[in-house]
Design a protein around this ligand. Structure first.
Ligand code: SF4
Length: 749
């Protein structure tokens, strides 16, 4: 079956057709196609204008949230700063209003100096630099026309890109593999430059001009050393193979079935297939179309482009029958070429690719290493959309560690309460942990640290935490606590309407006393004490949960929290939560154990004026779910699960990068919102909607729910998963997580 049509997302724009180096492995100058000789040396302003307009047109027509444009050559920096500025200005001005524009450049680096770096910073251009290893390995091919080395000049560029100012510009190193070079020497030389990413390029070859030596052993040696080092830097080729093996996307044109979103625009405006096709025959890669007479849509209709984008159907019978075809994809199209059979061959690197894929599949260690503190089964269980008690307990412990670290940071910044907290922890370590797990400990610490310990920071909260531990444990200790907004609030214990700026909390077995100048109050279980308001606890599913109506930091959620509940309100909450929980056994059996383990507080919210359901969570309050009360327990059950998904995924994201840093500007369209969403927000939404779809699926199967609601949530989730798996939106771990989500949705009808 032919792969579905999809738009082009990556545009390689040739801005200069010559190079200042004369690398003898260069596919542009040294291989079959010599069309560069007849092209303009530099791209003309009118060609840039037409190219930018075509890209913008394509993005607008297909509602693309983001496209990338890679400035390429020859050597793009030969264009010089003035012309480069003009090109970048045109691209930003024309494409920028239509979608996010990811601007990149591939350069040999020899002209990359500080002024150029400033220009790239100004326009947000990320640069990939070509380097084949240390001096000896790089000199094997990457020399000037007179034979002089280019290595020192490239290293100067990398020194610049390592500086904090320019570091964000650096996309990574591109290394062309040569079996004659020692793979370990190359690995060490590349790593020594501290790149954010390494890409390995197999030198372009065909069955007519096969590579001089197999590359499998070389790739394996490089991979094994990288693996033994704990995968210290992403390697695009290896990460793509791992991701594809887990059902995720490829990050590389070299590997996988789902490639072919790339097109080249030459300096004369010609639309071409990727440069690797220049290795096949004279004119290889030409489409016969230009940006002056054809749209990008028309380019995709060209037979060569259709073949490139046809997935499995375009491959040879050998590839289609291959065990690893879904990871390999037959390699690069150009590498399949022979004059006898055209592209009806496996890759000329078939044995090498198979060897590498097999090695990577047999050594999944680094994937587990990417998962931080989470074992693979816990990670996968959460990825499927659930997560058992053990998995959620791991998340809760990780969040406790975050809270501890943040409280420690506040204490070191404000010099507040250190010895006191250490002492109560020493005397009552389990209760100390219980109090520190309170979701809004982190909210408080973050607001303190974000404000630099200044306005808005309440360092007395450290004393309040210590006092809460002392009271709960019955320790004999007196702790002065400063009042804020007329109250002292002891997390998980209650609050006191303080008649003075400071109140001494005198803890002890059986109760505690509050003292202030000229007054005192006794607080004992079962007694009413004027001004004291005990924390409200409810039992949900056999677990005690705080009905948090008093913590001053609960307002960090999206919606306004309700005020202190009266006894009737609290009773109403208790009843509706019990009813909702009773429904979960049938509605969401896979969520119950996780909820029991991770749910710590329900925060009553003010109802929406229009009566619609309202709920929220905060990334800085693990285990706290904000809900506006409704009388319908079935609706509350959905809200509980929905918000708990957010709190779980927030904790996973605290541990593991699922979304790469460079996806920060990316947006994708999702079914549940009219505006395009950042990648992490789309992932959060998809994760929550997966769980809601599951509830409605079960209700529908029981005859207790509406099928169209199930379908709506399922389709939103499935579409968002597809969007998330497009391009480079996920890390390897993120690909694995979303692949598990896709497994769950794919198993539904
Ligand atoms: S490993 Fe070889 S046979 Fe298998 S898909 Fe790749 S090129 Fe084709």
């Amino acid at each position: 079956m032919e792969a579905p049509w999809r738009p082009l997302r990556h545009f390689v724009l040739k801005v200069h057709s010559r190079c200042d180096l004369a690398c003898d492995h260069c596919y542009i100058y040294e291989h079959a196609d010599q069309s560069w000789r007849g092209r303009p040396v530099m791209i003309a302003p009118g060609t840039v204008r037409a190219a930018a307009a075509r890209i913008a047109q394509h993005a607008a027509r297909h509602d693309l949230a983001r496209v990338s444009v890679v400035l390429h050559g020859g050597e793009p920096l030969l264009l010089g700063p003035r012309r480069l500025r003009a090109v970048l200005t045109e691209l930003r001005a024309t494409i920028g209003p239509v979608c996010d524009l990811d601007l990149r450049m591939q350069t040999n680096g020899v002209r990359l100096d500080e002024p150029v770096g400033e220009l790239l910073l100004e326009f947000g251009v990320r640069a990939g630099v070509s380097l084949d290893g240390g001096r000896a390995e790089n000199d094997r091919h990457r020399r000037y026309r007179n034979g002089a080395t280019s290595h020192p000049q490239t290293l100067r560029a990398l020194e610049l890109l390592r500086r904090p100012r320019f570091r964000p510009l650096w996309a990574g190193l591109l290394c062309t593999v040569d079996a004659a070079n020692d793979p370990i020497a190359v690995y060490e030389a590349l790593l020594a430059q501290g790149p954010p990413r390494i890409d390995l390029l197999l030198p372009h070859a065909t069955w007519d001009n096969p590579p001089p030596a197999p590359l499998g052993p070389w790739l394996r040696a490089f991979h094994d050393r990288w693996l033994a080092d704990g995968c210290p830097v992403p390697v695009r080729l290896f990460d793509s193979i791992r991701s594809l093996g887990l059902g995720g996307p490829t990050q590389s044109e070299t590997i996988g079935l789902d490639t072919g979103d790339v097109v080249v625009i030459e300096t004369d405006g010609a639309w071409e297939e990727p440069d690797s096709m220049k290795t096949t025959w004279p004119g290889g890669g030409a489409t016969g179309l230009t940006v002056f007479d054809a749209s990008a849509d028309e380019v995709t209709e060209q037979p060569a482009m259709r073949r490139r984008r046809s997935g499995l159907v375009a491959l040879s019978a050998t590839c289609r029958a291959c065990d690893v075809v879904r990871q390999c994809g037959g390699g690069l199209t150009a590498h399949r070429f022979s004059s006898a059979r055209g592209f009806d061959n496996p890759s000329v690197y078939c044995d090498d690719l198979k060897e590498l894929i097999t090695v990577i599949n047999e050594h999944p260690g680094p994937v587990a290493g990417d998962l931080g503190a989470l074992p693979a089964d816990a990670f996968d269980g959460l990825g499927y959309g659930y997560g058992d008690a053990a998995a959620v307990a791991l998340l809760a412990d990780a969040e406790l560690a975050v809270n501890r670290a943040l409280v420690g940071e506040v204490m070191s910044e404000t010099a507040a309460g250190g010895p006191l907290l250490a002492e109560v922890e020493r005397q009552a370590p389990e209760i100390f942990d219980e109090v520190l797990r309170h979701p809004f400990v982190r909210s408080w610490a973050v607001s303190c640290l974000d404000g630099g310990g200044g306005a808005g920071c309440d360092p007395d909260r450290v004393a309040a935490i210590a006092a809460a531990v002392a009271v709960r444990a019955g320790l004999r200790v007196d702790i002065p606590v400063g009042a804020h907004d007329g109250r002292i609030h002891l997390p998980t214990v209650g609050f006191f309407a303080a008649p003075a700026a400071e109140v001494l909390v005198c803890a002890g077995p059986g109760g505690f006393t509050l003292r202030w100048p000229g007054g005192r109050a006794e607080v004992r279980a079962g007694m009413t004490t004027r001004g004291w308001h005990a924390a409200r606890w409810v039992t949900v599913g056999g677990v005690r949960v705080l009905l948090e109506d008093a913590d001053p930091y609960r307002d960090r959620m999206e919606h306004t929290p309700a005020g202190r509940l009266d006894a009737d309100d609290a009773g109403g909450w208790s009843a509706v939560l019990a009813d909702a929980w009773a429904r979960l056994a049938a509605d969401a059996p896979g969520q119950i154990d996780g909820l029991r383990q991770g749910l710590r507080a329900i925060v009553p919210l003010t109802p929406a004026p229009d009566g619609t359901l309202r709920s929220s969570t905060s990334r800085h309050a693990f285990g706290a779910l904000g809900l506006a009360r409704t009388a319908d327990p079935a609706a509350i059950a959905v809200l509980l699960v929905h918000e708990f998904q957010h709190t779980k995924l927030g904790a996973v994201l605290d541990l593991i990068d699922l979304v790469p840093d460079d996806a920060a500007g990316d947006r994708l369209h999702v079914g549940w919102r009219p505006d395009p969403r950042p990648v992490e927000a789309a992932l959060q939404g998809a994760y929550a909607h997966l769980a809601i779809a599951d509830i409605w699926r079960r209700r529908t199967e029981r005859g207790d729910g509406r099928r169209e609601i199930y379908r709506r949530y399922r389709d939103w989730t499935a579409d968002a998963i597809d969007g998330l798996r497009t391009g480079d939106r996920l890390t390897v771990a993120g690909s694995r997580f979303v692949a598990r989500m896709a497994d769950t949705v794919g198993a539904w009808g």
